[in-house]
Write a protein that binds this ligand. Structure first.
Ligand code: FAD
Ligand code: DHB
Length: 389
């Protein structure tokens, strides 16, 4: 098979990019290792920034997002007794929208066929070839049959563990990484949220987050040591711990229910630079990971895709190679700012095992500063709603 762009990975980055390219008349094919059901079973992000919402709008795929998404004007940082509200609407004029990654992915999947976007699921053993040339190709197996796709550009949208980043020689790039000494244990349950806005809590027993997917579906997290196993957390034990960490007011409004899903995700900051090598471009988790504290992972994938789609469109429609050459620097400028915000909010809201009284005093001082300074609240708010693209 021959196409202009071969996209590897049909998560939110790959599907968004595929739709944007097809809308511009650029040929592309998406290869996905898993089945559609498996892709939709991964419970991940829940908060959408403007960039993600506006891409769905631009594609005309925002009907359900508009109808079912929950616009939020603010969120809360809890520190022991105190609740600090960050009024993002008043401070930035913008909102975020609570709409699950699975819903967004479903909307993009449902529209693929009608928009002539070909997604090949259950593509096994994907391998990249000749990425330093102008005629790269991808091989994979479908069932027992070996397949080959010839293309001009390959885009890696295959997440942190996919093969595309590995196709770049170590000498051609640099890795930046920080692994945190804890993971987030999440629970999804069909119960009403305990608060109409999100609460991020730094309690002496550890971090907790109260989030939601809809007025009847809640998502909560606590941090746990990396060695912890999900089997050790019965639903009751997790609800008890959430009630303590989120504080008495949230606990009083918390409805408990059986877990629809419960899993532990490790926390990591990671950047691979550059985000392009020859005829291979990287988007989303394939190039970088943020700890989830700032709700940035999915949104950062969307901003990469925005830049990549513009560069590929100029290349294929106006023969402009400069946009592709500039892609990595353009995307990384925003990536690093989101990395900084996610890292700083993670440091502020978690108790690190090696922290002593000094580090805790710094957290208290920073939270005090945020509680009393409009400038500090504005800085948090403009990062949370999403920096300009
Ligand atoms: P992915 O969603 O990872 O998609 C990559 C796709 O590539 C997958 O479908 C995968 O099956 C496919 N693929 C992999 N290898 C191959 C291959 N060899 N061949 C073909 N296809 C392949 N962000 C938040 O903002 N909030 C959260 O609460 C949050 N929770 C998270 C929990 C977990 C467990 C993880 C892993 C991430 C979480 N994130 C969260 C981050 C957010 O979900 C990601 O940033 C987002 O999914 C990135 O999208 P992506 O398309 O780049 O990568
Ligand atoms: C959710 C996840 C996040 O990482 C976050 O910062 C906010 C909300 C969620 O899954 O709802």
């Amino acid at each position: 098979m021959k196409t202009q762009v071969c996209i590897i990975g049909a998560g939110p980055a790959g599907l968004l990019l595929g739709h944007l390219l097809r809308a511009e008349g650029v040929d592309c094919v998406i290869l996905e290792r898993r089945t559609p059901d498996y892709v939709l079973s991964r419970i991940r992000a829940g908060v959408l920034e403007n960039i993600t919402v506006s891409l769905m709008e631009r594609l005309g795929l925002d009907a359900r997002l508009k109808a079912e998404g929950l616009p939020h004007d603010g969120f809360n940082l809890a520190d022991g007794e105190r609740l600090i509200r960050i009024d993002i609407k008043a401070l930035t004029g913008q909102q975020v929208v609570v709409y699950g990654q699975t819903e967004l992915t479903q909307d993009l999947m449902d529209a693929a066929e009608a928009r002539d976007l070909q997604v090949i699921y259950e593509a096994a053993d994907t391998a990249l070839h000749d990425v330093e040339s102008d005629a790269p190709y991808v091989t994979y197996n479908k069932g027992d049959t070996p397949q080959r796709i010839d293309c001009r550009i390959i885009v890696g949208c295959d997440g942190f563990y996919g093969p595309t980043r590995q196709a770049i020689p170590a000498s051609a790039g640099q890795e930046y990484e920080r692994v945190y000494p804890f993971g987030w244990l999440g629970i999804l349950a069909d119960v009403p949220p305990c608060n109409h806005e999100l609460i991020y809590a730094n309690h002496e027993r550890g971090f907790a987050l109260a989030s939601m997917r809809s007025p009847t579906r809640s998502r909560y997290y606590i941090d746990v040591p990396l060695t912890e196993r999900v089997e050790n957390w019965s639903d009751d034990r997790l609800w008890d711990e959430l009630a303590i960490r989120l504080g008495p007011e949230a606990a009083a409004n918390m409805t408990r229910g059986p877990a629809l899903e419960k899993s532990i995700a490790p926390l990591r900051s990671y950047v691979f630079a550059p985000m392009r090598h020859g005829s291979l471009m990287l988007c989303g988790d394939a190039a970088h990971i943020v700890p989830p504290t700032g709700a940035k992972g999915l949104n950062l994938a969307a901003s990469d895709v925005h830049y990549a789609a513009a560069a590929l469109t100029s290349f294929f429609k106006a023969n402009d190679a400069d946009a592709i050459a500039a892609y990595s620097d353009t995307a990384l400028a925003r990536v690093w700012k989101c990395e900084r915000f996610s890292w700083s909010l993670t440091k502020l809201m978690h108790r690190f095992p090696d922290d002593g009284p000094f580090e805790r005093a710094m957290q208290v001082a920073e939270l005090d500063y945020i509680a009393t300074s409009v400038a500090a609240q504005t800085s948090i708010a403009e990062n949370y709603v999403g920096l300009p693209v």
